[in-house]
Design a protein around this ligand. Structure first.
Ligand SMILES: Cc1cc2nc3c(=O)[nH]c(=O)nc-3n(C[C@H](O)[C@H](O)[C@H](O)COP(=O)(O)O)c2cc1C
Length: 298
């Protein structure tokens, strides 16, 4: 059984579920587990400090799976994106999430290799700009998403972006269950990004303390603040209570600042990724069946 959308067909995956690229969380094991579960595994390129480390990680991934994989590439100029891009294309990475900077920089090479580029956006203005630069689609990052988040509800922002830009839109923020995925697809998303739910998995490369805190937290324990990185992002309040100053790039101190979104509400235990994906698929089926049964003659 597959869940088919324009995105799942285009990229070649069984379910339109994208395991989010998460700084200091998503590494090889995470990507492989998602790919093998029928979803799309991704990781952010800044997780690897050198091109050699990145190359090695991609070799490990490619040894374990031939399924599609994706990356988040930063185009602000702070990272060696040209070298990173070349290594990724060599390894057959086919999905690129651009954040910061101009996605047009990578579009010709990605397209020439049969890949696609979606831009993360939190505002319509960013979506229109990315469309003008030629991206293949957008990721609507809504309020309460883990990491850098938007301020508009995901269920409002997704159809708004799709309607105003005419581009395919993937929904991100607050999606952890099949029911929530059904809601996102119902409002026009062609796929969903799942971040927070996947922190509490065997394959997330974070401490057990972080995983357990995500499981224990309710949405009331999540705060949104720009104080840590300069842009609004969501955090487990307890982990930033003693925050003094932003750690430098590459500092181990980042590991003690725990980002998570409001979908901690639907994160009830630490599971293997395969089980999280299967549970989402089963609950998606249940939800869509229940909805179709709500229509009765009369
Ligand atoms: C700990 C953490 C780190 C993240 N790091 C990144 C990142 O490096 N690059 C990126 O594009 N998005 C990053 N995100 C955002 C996710 O890609 C995604 O948009 C978000 O997690 C979706 O919302 P959800 O957490 O409610 O599922 C991060 C999210 C979390 C929770």
């Amino acid at each position: 059984m597959k869940i088919k959308t324009s995105f799942s067909e285009l990229i070649g995956i069984d379910y339109p579920i994208i395991g989010a690229p998460m700084f200091l969380v998503s590494y090889e094991r995470y990507v492989i587990a998602l790919a093998e579960a029928g979803a799309l595994g991704t990781f952010p390129l800044p997780n690897y400090r050198t091109i050699e480390e990145l190359q090695k990680a991609l070799q490990i991934i490619r040894k374990a799976t031939s399924k599609p994989v994706g990356v988040n590439i930063h185009l602000s100029g702070r990272f060696p994106w040209k070298e990173q891009l070349a290594v990724c294309l060599d390894a057959g990475v086919s999905f690129f999430i651009s954040s910061l900077g101009n996605p047009a920089l990578i579009l010709p090479d990605v397209h020439a290799n049969g890949g696609i580029v979606f831009a993360d956006v939190i505002k319509l203005e960013q979506g229109l700009k990315a469309r003008d630069r030629g991206v293949d689609g957008l990721i609507a990052v809504g309020a309460g998403a883990g990491g850098h988040c938007g301020s508009i509800s995901t269920l409002v922002f997704t159809p708004y972006l799709a309607q105003k830009t005419g581009l395919p839109v993937i929904a991100a923020g607050g999606i952890a269950t099949g029911e929530q995925m059904a809601a996102a697809l119902a409002v026009g998303a062609c796929g969903v990004v799942v971040g927070t739910r996947l922190i509490a998995t065997d394959e997330a490369e974070v401490s057990m303390g972080y995983k357990e805190a995500v499981v224990a937290a309710g949405p009331e324990d999540i705060i949104t603040t720009a104080a840590i990185t300069g842009n609004p992002a969501t955090w487990l309040a307890s982990s930033i209570a003693d925050f003094q100053e932003q750690p430098t790039l590459g500092s181990k101190k980042w590991r003690d600042l725990w980002s998570a979104g409001q979908s901690v509400a639907q994160t009830d235990a630490v599971y293997p990724i395969r089980e999280v994906v299967q549970e989402m698929v089963t609950s998606y089926q249940r939800a869509t069946l229940k909805l179709s049964e709500s229509i009765v003659e009369g």
